[in-house]
Design a protein around this ligand. Structure first.
Ligand code: TEU
Length: 550
């Protein structure tokens, strides 16, 4: 395998995602805010995190929780003021961390002044900043769905045309064919870069290009047609040249439906586009834990990117339910499982992302009625199902496991009312398990998940092998559905990671080449003597161990 690609500060980084509206509410209005993030920065810093990824804070009607922007250069009042944001930037930097902003340039809010102008008349100068089409056969211009609605087109009575939206009708797509629009976006990006931010997470960045003529899809339900269309990489190269390349920053592209070969087009170090890829071959396409499928995906992406571009490692975020519930064990082995998943993500090739609350093993949630949910994607889908005749309770049950709200319930700080998140009424209900599952209780526990994350991040940062070491699965367990055993090797350093992703103890027959090696325990998620030599004959349920091998 090719040697690790050239080194860069962000390749050894650990990213922590702050969904600020659910992080900490400083003023009791029930919604998290930037002042609240400032007050909790030490919680993030003490983990050992390098980069804070802040979900969108720009002015927005909040139909999609900030991913429907109505002014790119102001902070939404719910979050705070520009002064608060500038203080957050300073306080983040003062703690030796970097701030990565979430930038949404595929679409705006339908209340953005640009769209208000664009929809005002067919000959408005900004008409072409969005995508307008005449009806076809008396209906929508084609048969495409959007991510959030049965049709990707919404009729506009005033100008008697349809406009295109990859997500909700409140999120009209920008027309990236228009050079004037592109320049305005680049100017906005430089507005934030000139404030001293350290990077961007680029939302839905694989959707910018649209195909000529918008032909009908053979299978409208398979929405891949929304992504990776011709011209996309021309836009990304121009974007990089006009903005990112002029600053010492890091960029990560959220790109759905890409293969490793396509992913490399975004992040190949010779491409002049983006730095890191955030793909969804797991979270979008692997509904529940499947060890062999997970191993295959990891192999494919390692072979496709390693030495040429940088992958991200994550199993949850604000759009995907909490990993210990979806891909682990959130019952009797919740603590061990949370630590095992973390060990895997921080030792596999790629930059690890921590989603707020993951570091204390927070779990998914099940609310009793659709009214208790907030997620526009879930509510639109529920309306579509029930409108199509589905039983309401059955529709709710079918949508609950993957509802984005599973990971959007407030951060659970302590066992006081509303988990210490707010003194007001929370914008979304707190997970009822907060009394037993919260940061204060976890930090006081001898088997604290948070303290394990601290150790995991520390050994990653003290050694280059995790960021730059080659990845090799041990053939003895390649087809094992419980055990995941692999090494990372850089120069003379070899680390061995052994994971038992199951509720049962798993015996291991170590190969002779390892039985005689000098093996030393570096970290374990069960009580163990770090530094002890020798390999275990058995791994306990959800046991994870990291060894150095000489
Ligand atoms: O999500 C984009 C998105 O939904 C897909 O690209 C991807 O397949 C994956 O499922 C993520 O869920 C981004 C934001 O993360 C999401 O919160 C927004 O709702 C969406 O864009 C629209 O801006």
């Amino acid at each position: 395998m090719a040697a690790a690609a050239n080194q860069a500060w962000w390749k050894k980084a650990v990213v922590y995602q702050v969904y600020w509206r659910s992080f900490y509410d400083s003023d009791g209005d029930g919604c998290g805010d930037l002042e609240g993030v400032i007050r909790k920065l030490d919680h993030i810093r003490d983990l050992g995190v390098d980069i804070v990824w802040l979900n969108p804070v720009y002015e927005s009607p909040d139909r999609d929780n900030g991913y429907d922007i109505s002014n790119y250069e102001t902070v939404m009042a719910k979050a705070g003021t520009m002064e608060t944001w500038e203080r957050l930037l300073r306080e983040t930097h003062r703690r030796g961390m970097k701030l990565m902003m979430d930038m949404v340039v595929n679409h705006t809010s339908d209340r953005h002044p640009w769209f208000v102008e664009s929809r005002s008349s067919r000959d408005n100068p900004k008409r072409d900043w969005y995508i307008w089409k005449d009806p076809k056969d008396g209906g929508a211009p084609n048969n495409w769905r959007s991510y959030f609605s049965p049709s990707a087109w919404t009729w506009d009575e005033r100008t008697e045309q349809y406009y295109f939206h990859s997500f909700a009708s409140e999120q009209p797509d920008l027309n990236w064919r228009n050079p004037e629009l592109r320049e305005e976006i680049y100017r906005t990006m430089r507005f934030w870069l000139d404030k001293g931010i350290d990077g961007f997470r680029l939302d839905a960045i694989a959707l910018l290009a649209k195909p000529d003529g918008f032909p009908d899809a053979e299978n409208p339900a398979d929405i891949r047609y929304l992504t990776n269309n011709p011209g996309l990489h021309d836009y990304l190269r121009e974007m990089n040249e006009r903005t990112f390349a002029r600053y010492d920053i890091v960029t990560v592209g959220e790109a759905a439906f890409v293969t490793p070969e396509e992913g490399l087009k975004f992040v190949g170090e010779d491409r002049g586009e983006l730095n890191m890829l955030f793909h969804f071959e797991i979270c979008d396409e692997m509904p529940e834990w499947d060890m062999l499928r997970f191993k295959r995906i990891q192999r494919r992406w390692y072979e496709g990117l390693w030495g040429k571009g940088t992958n991200s490692q994550f199993l949850n975020n604000h759009d995907h339910t909490r990993q210990v519930s979806r891909y682990g064990n959130d019952g009797p082995y919740r603590v061990q499982s949370a630590k095992l998943l973390a060990t895997m993500l921080h030792t596999l090739p790629g930059v690890p992302y921590i989603y707020q609350g993951e570091e204390i093993g927070m779990t998914g949630v099940r609310f009793g009625s659709i009214e208790e949910y907030d997620d526009i994607a879930m509510k639109n889908k529920y309306a579509e199902l029930v409108g199509g005749g589905a039983d309401p309770q059955e529709a709710l049950r079918s949508l609950q496991p993957l509802s984005r709200d599973n990971s959007r319930t407030p951060m659970q700080w302590d066992d006081s009312p509303n988990a210490g998140f707010t003194t007001g009424t929370p914008w979304i209900r707190v997970n009822p398990n907060y009394r037993d599952l919260n940061a204060a209780k976890d930090l006081a526990a001898p088997d604290s998940v948070y303290r394990y994350y601290q150790q995991l991040i520390r050994i990653r940062k003290e050694n280059d092998v995790m960021a730059y070491g080659d990845f090799t699965e041990l053939p003895e367990w390649m087809d094992d559905e419980r055990l995941y055993v692999y090494t990372r090797t850089l120069g003379g350093t070899t680390w061995l990671i052994a994971l038992n992703h199951s509720d049962e103890p798993s015996p291991l027959e170590w190969p002779a080449r390892l039985r005689g090696a000098n093996v030393r325990l570096l970290l374990a998620n069960y009580p163990a003597d770090v530094g002890q030599s020798g390999l275990p004959a058995t791994l306990r349920p959800h046991e994870a161990r990291i060894y150095s091998v000489e």
